[in-house]
Write a protein that binds this ligand. Structure first.
Ligand code: OGA
Ligand code: MN
Length: 305
């Protein structure tokens, strides 16, 4: 316990945690210290953690119930539903459908009514260069908006849509259809309040179809501004992976992106546990999920808003 060290590694967010062996059960005091560091730094990097899948699952469970990944059940570890495989390696002789996971700025599972509380991603194989992940602090993104803008967006709801996940066209169409069927569009507040810290943060990203109550043009302009603001370099920590890094992010106040800046023939294998979050969104009418006609969709949404 006394050897736990937490060293900031980014200006906006991110800290490296050393002096702890995550293969061993955590004492309550150590668990609390890690949780405090997590709430303060939003992204924790634990280098040199050679964890088995069971050990990763056990450590992750210290911070909440684990998602069984029902939103996309076809991408999990064959023996552990709690582990999502994020990889470009061949699976059953075919290119993995998760090889392009996270290629646009996003917060995990906002296309469900229950976005993840957090996630713990373990790097098992990586290309010699590139394949970094960037994280952005969404408290800062919110707090640096003008008071007028904060008041303007305070009650707004945005429509998050699984069909806007980048790179779906490269995946197995049948699995994509299944994922879309399971995840009709869902509305989330643009401004979220963190259940543990009480701080407010911005929830945007590139998987949003529009803002309820605004015209298409207004919506596009406002989202364009908010996304550009949220992606400002001063809010970002960029993680350059080393094998056996375990990175744990608070998904309630951050967004992230997986960069495709590497040779795709080189294997990259990441194992993810997702912590189950609270229900913060409302699923929209099933009819809204079926239409591709934006005007009809907006009218329907206006009717339910
Ligand atoms: C994720 C994700 C990032 C990466 O697992 O949620 O976005 O770099 N992955 O693989
Ligand atoms: Mn992600």
């Amino acid at each position: 316990m006394s050897t736990l060290q937490v060293k900031p590694i980014g200006y906006a967010l991110g800290a490296e945690v050393t002096g702890v062996d995550l293969r061993r059960p955590l004492e309550p005091a150590l668990k609390d210290a890690i949780n405090d560091a997590w709430l303060r730094h939003l992204v924790l990097v634990f280098p040199g953690q050679d964890l088995s899948t069971n050990e990763q699952i056990a450590f992750s469970r210290c911070f909440g119930d684990l998602d069984k990944h029902e939103f996309q059940p076809r991408y999990t570890h064959p023996d552990h539903r709690e582990i999502l495989l994020v990889t470009n390696k061949l699976i059953d002789g075919k290119p993995s459908d998760t090889r392009n996971t996270g290629r646009n700025w996003h917060t995990d599972l906002t296309f469900t009514s229950r976005p993840a509380k957090g996630a713990l991603l373990l790097c098992r194989e990586k290309p010699p260069v590139g394949g970094d992940t960037m994280f952005a602090n969404m408290y800062l993104a919110y707090e640096t908006l003008s008071q007028r803008m904060r008041a303007f967006i305070d009650d707004m709801e945005a429509i998050h849509d699984a069909s806007l996940v980048k790179g779906l066209e490269q995946r197995d169409p049948e699995k994509v259809a299944d994922m879309k069927r399971r995840n009709p569009p869902v509305a989330h507040k643009v401004v979220q309040t963190h259940p543990e810290t009480g701080r407010r943060s911005l929830l945007v990203g590139q998987r949003i179809r529009g803002i309820i109550g605004l015209s298409d043009a207004e919506s596009a302009a406002l989202l364009g501004f908010l996304n550009e603001h949220a992606e400002s370099p001063e809010f970002i920590y960029r993680h350059r992976w080393t094998v056996n890094d375990l990175v744990m992010w608070d998904n309630r106040c951050t967004q992230h992106i997986a960069l495709p800046d590497f040779d795709q023939r080189q294997p990259r294998l990441m194992l993810r546990c997702s912590l189950q979050g609270e229900v913060t969104g409302r699923v929209l009418e099933p009819a809204a999920a079926r239409t591709d006609d934006r005007e009809a969709l907006m009218q329907m949404l206006a009717a339910v808003a």
